[in-house]
Every structure is written in structure tokens, then in C-alpha cells.
Design a protein around this ligand. Structure first.
Ligand code: UTP
Ligand code: MN
Length: 500
């Protein structure tokens, strides 16, 4: 009488063991759950592909359910596939990747789930929603800026300016997490194609937490955020903002001066106990000029001046305008330029030669030169987020109005015929050019997310010098930015789409 249950239990255990035997592979990608559509693919090919994927550490579900993240089909008609999917009663079909077999084969070849690109998608050809209803955005906004296209047009400055105030305020208080959260949220809103008009439009966006949502809600409801207003009128915030606007004054110095009770430039300049370093002295001296935006025409003029100088020194030099101007911005706070040469090692001495020339021409107002500390043997650096090791200089140059098409960016009555401009020059070896160009083009948020994406999604380390694959234990060569995006399995994002 008591034997039946025991037999049952044994059978159950056997069944478990059998399951394990048929699925001995280790799961490597917990977040990706595949479902292979049998129709058109056929039963035996489906079993074969299932085994293949499982052997590479993928989870392949036998039945289509709400846990599935990637639906893969082969030779399917888009219309009939989508009609079938819509009839499957999934809770969140728009968030499921519906993919052609090409995504599957790419992923098998790479041994990891590759990033979904437009060419992989089986597009839904029928409108998902009846006319008049609110459509869910077709493409999900990625939480990585390097998977978003962000041009210079920002439709949501009301929100992003408010976020920047909050981010800055947290930066002053050294609360890095909150600072980054506001910067990340601002970056997501910058990528939107239109003005946000109601909370519903931002509800499903990534990187928007409780705090950022509260600010958006206030702005939508009252036209402004009380918390942001309060921050803006805060004396400490105002003072630190003012002090850090001086070239050479960082948050630490600003804080020290604030703690001493200083509240104005006049106070700093007349305090006998304050020793300004040379950078700060120059910062105060040219404050008006340097705090005024640099125009595209001015950036172009400086590009010409630098081109001319470099080519007078070495005939085969290469220069490239980077930073915000390469991203298509009309105005910037400085001009960022890469200079290099194919002659190995020459890039280490190029900048001092250029600077000497500027001195002779009488246009050098300030130079902070940092010699190259770049050595292959130091890579990959443990401090991957740190500043790069290339030779570089932070300059202030005297730019004559006559050199600028359409004249200088200043009011006519202030025109002395010249202005001071901040210029950054960096000089990597030519074989590091692509990495340096990508790193110096920015934006900062775009770079930050490229690095996180590489690390978290690809087990790779990226910085301004190189890309290192931790799985394969090797450096990946690149001669163009496109090569780097391809190594990372990312769709190429044009420079003017990197204004994240
Ligand atoms: P900028 O600070 O010049 O920013 O750095 P920007 O985007 O050009 O903005 P504006 O218009 O001048 O205000 C440009 C890029 O160069 C990188 C920064 O991370 C940024 O992405 N950079 C700058 C470095 O990688 N290393 C440096 O030493 C300096
Ligand atoms: Mn810049």
C-alpha cells in the first residue's frame, strides 16, 4: 500500500536527471531567452538550431511565453508572422525582438547575443494600432547613449536645463550617483524627436528614476520645478557656479574659497592670502573672452591656423577637428583638435614645435603642456576611465577678427579686433588615431556609455587608446571609428548623432 508513492518519487527523480542530461550546457546569457518559430523552418532544423544555441550558452524556450525576449524565424512572411504573434496574447509584444535568422547566425558566429540592428528585424507591416489611438514607439529607446541617435536639436531644453542644474548641484556636493542620474536622464530626453507634453510619454523611457520623474511632473504641471528654483537661488550653488566658471578653478578650489567666506571675484582678487596659480591668473585675465561661446566660424579659423602651423613643421601631418564642433554644434566652450603624423615617435615632439611657432607669431596667451606618457606595456590600464596618456596641451590663443569669416563672436562695441579662445590639442600616434578621434569627439555622456556598454555587454575595455577583448585576451585593431563600432557589435553612429 505504501509502495506506490515511493515508485512515483523515484520516477520523478529519474525524469529530472533525464532533463539534465539533455541540457547539460551552462547558461551564459541569462537576460536573453530565444524562441525559434518552427513554421517554415521545419522541425528538424529547429531542433538542430536549438541544440547549437544551447551548446553556446543561450537559453532557448520550447514554448512562446512572456519570458521570451527574442523571437527568431526563418523564411517567414512578415505579415503572417506578425498576424500569428499578435494572436499569441503576449503581455508586451512591442518589447520582444522579432528577428530574422540573420541575427541568430551572427550571434552563433560571435558566440554571444549580438546587438539587434535594423537589418535583423522582421518589420511589422500593418499598423499595430487603429487610427486615433496612441502608438507605442516602434523602436525601444536604449539605456545606452551609444545606441541612440542624438543630433544637435534638443526639443526638451526646459527639462534638460533643469536636470543640468540638479546634476551640477550634486556635483558640487560630491554626490556622484545623483549627479550621473540627472545627466543620464537629460541625455535620454535629448534623443527624443519632439517636446514631451505629458507624463505618459516618458513613462517607459530608460534612466528616468523617481527623482527625475518628480522634476518632469512639476515642470509639466506648473511650468517649473520648485526644487530646481530653490537650487538656483541657493547662495552656495550660485557662488560655486561663478567660481568654477573661471578657467583653472575646479569644484575643490571653489569650495575652499566659499568656505573662507568669499562670494565674488572682487573678494578673491583682493584677498592677500590667496595665491592664484598661473592657469587661474590667465583665467581671470581673459575671463570675458573665455566665458563667451566660440562660434563655428571661429573654430574653423583656428583649425586653419593650426593646419598651417603643423604643415610648416612637417609636410605629412594630419589634423582633425573633434569635440562639439565635429558633432555639428554651432557654439562651443573651446576648440578640440587632434594632430598627428605617420612618422613614428614624431607625435611626441610635434606639440612643443607648434607651441613655439605660436609664441613666435605672438598669438600664444597661455600653454599648459603635458608630455606623452603613452606606453603599450601599460595597457590595458586599470584606470580605464582616466585621462588619456597622449601628448596634449591646453592653450589660450589670440584670434584676430580678420582671420574669421563674418568676424568675431562679440558685440560690435566690444570688438578690439581680437579675442582669446581656449584650444585643446592632442597628439596620439597615428595607429591610435581612430580611438583618440572617437574619444575626443564626445559627448561626455556618449563616451561614458560607450565604455559601460563595452564593459557590461561585451566584456571589453575601451578608452582613448584602445579596445581590449577580455574574453579573447587581445587588443582589437582599428583604423577608423567604424571599425570600433563593428568590434563592439554596435550600429555606426555618425558624429553629429552623438550629442547625447
Ligand atoms: P570638451 O570638454 O571640449 O567637450 O571635450 P565638448 O563636447 O567639445 O563641448 P564644448 O562645446 O567644448 O563645451 C570633448 C571631448 O574630449 C574628451 C572629453 O571626454 C569629451 O568627450 N576629452 C577631453 C578627453 O578624452 N581627454 C581630455 O583630456 C579632454
Ligand atoms: Mn570642446
Amino acid at each position: 500500500m505504501f509502495q506506490a508513492p515511493i515508485v512515483l518519487r523515484v520516477r520523478k527523480r529519474q525524469k529530472l536527471v533525464e532533463d539534465k542530461v539533455s541540457r547539460p550546457e551552462k547558461v551564459k546569457f541569462q537576460d536573453v531567452r530565444l524562441y525559434l518559430v518552427e513554421r517554415k523552418m521545419g522541425n528538424s532544423r529547429r531542433s538542430f538550431l536549438t541544440q547549437l544555441a544551447r551548446s553556446k550558452g543561450f537559453i532557448v524556450e520550447d514554448v512562446l511565453s512572456d519570458t521570451v525576449t527574442h523571437v527568431v524565424s526563418e523564411n517567414s512572411q512578415a505579415l503572417s508572422l506578425w498576424t500569428w504573434l499578435k494572436g499569441c496574447d503576449l503581455k508586451d509584444l512591442p518589447s520582444v525582438h522579432v528577428l530574422d535568422i540573420s541575427w541568430f547566425t551572427d550571434s552563433m558566429r560571435e558566440g554571444r547575443p549580438v546587438a539587434v540592428e535594423t537589418r535583423h528585424l522582421v518589420q511589422d507591416t500593418v499598423p499595430a494600432f487603429p487610427e486615433g489611438s496612441t502608438p507605442t514607439p516602434e523602436v525601444k529607446v536604449s539605456r545606452y547613449a551609444c545606441q541612440r541617435r542624438t543630433n544637435t536639436e534638443n526639443y526638451n531644453t526646459t527639462f534638460t536645463d533643469a536636470f543640468e542644474v540638479m546634476a551640477q548641484s550634486y556635483e558640487f556636493s560630491e554626490i556622484e550617483g545623483s549627479c550621473l542620474a540627472f545627466r543620464r536622464a537629460a541625455s535620454v530626453l535629448k534623443s527624443l524627436p519632439s517636446v514631451v507634453r505629458c507624463l505618459g510619454e516618458v513613462q517607459d523611457l530608460p534612466c528616468l528614476g523617481e527623482h527625475t520623474m518628480a522634476v518632469i511632473e512639476d515642470i509639466l504641471q506648473y511650468g517649473h520645478s520648485f526644487e530646481v528654483e530653490k537650487t538656483l537661488s541657493d547662495e552656495r550653488y550660485q557662488t560655486l557656479k561663478l567660481f568654477t566658471s573661471v578657467f583653472g578653478v575646479g569644484p575643490k578650489t571653489a569650495e575652499r574659497w566659499y568656505r573662507r567666506g568669499l562670494r565674488s571675484f572682487g573678494g578673491i582678487l583682493t584677498d592677500p592670502s590667496i595665491q592664484l596659480n598661473q592657469m587661474q591668473q590667465t583665467g581671470f585675465l581673459h575671463y570675458e573672452d573665455i566665458s563667451r561661446a566660440v562660434s563655428k566660424a571661429e573654430a574653423r579659423a583656428l583649425g586653419n591656423i593650426i593646419d598651417e602651423a603643423v604643415h610648416a613643421i612637417t609636410s605629412d601631418a594630419i589634423t582633425a577637428l573633434t569635440g562639439g564642433f565635429r558633432r555639428g554644434k554651432e557654439f562651443g566652450h573651446d576648440v578640440d583638435i587632434i594632430v598627428t603624423t605617420p612618422e613614428p615617435g614624431r607625435e611626441r615632439t610635434l606639440l612643443p614645435d607648434i607651441v613655439d611657432r605660436f609664441k613666435q607669431q605672438g598669438i600664444l596667451l597661455y600653454c599648459d603642456y603635458q608630455a606623452s606618457t603613452f606606453e603599450w606595456s601599460k595597457l590595458p590600464s586599470l584606470k580605464f576611465e582616466a585621462m588619456d596618456q597622449f601628448a596634449k596641451c591646453f592653450l589660450i590663443l589670440r584670434l584676430k577678427a580678420s582671420k574669421v569669416e563674418g568676424g568675431l563672436n562679440c558685440a560690435e562695441e566690444d570688438d578690439r579686433g581680437w579675442r582669446a579662445v581656449r584650444v585643446d590639442l592632442v597628439s596620439p600616434p597615428l595607429d591610435r588615431f581612430a580611438y583618440a578621434l572617437l574619444g575626443w569627439t564626445g559627448s561626455r555622456q556618449f563616451e561614458r556609455d560607450l565604455r559601460s556598454f563595452a564593459r557590461l555587454e561585451r566584456r571589453m575595455l575601451l578608452d582613448n587608446h584602445t579596445l581590449y577583448d577580455k574574453t579573447k585576451n587581445k587588443f582589437l585593431a582599428a583604423t577608423t571609428e567604424k571599425d570600433i563600432f563593428a568590434h563592439l557589435g554596435l550600429e555606426y553612429i555618425e558624429p553629429w548623432q552623438r550629442n547625447a
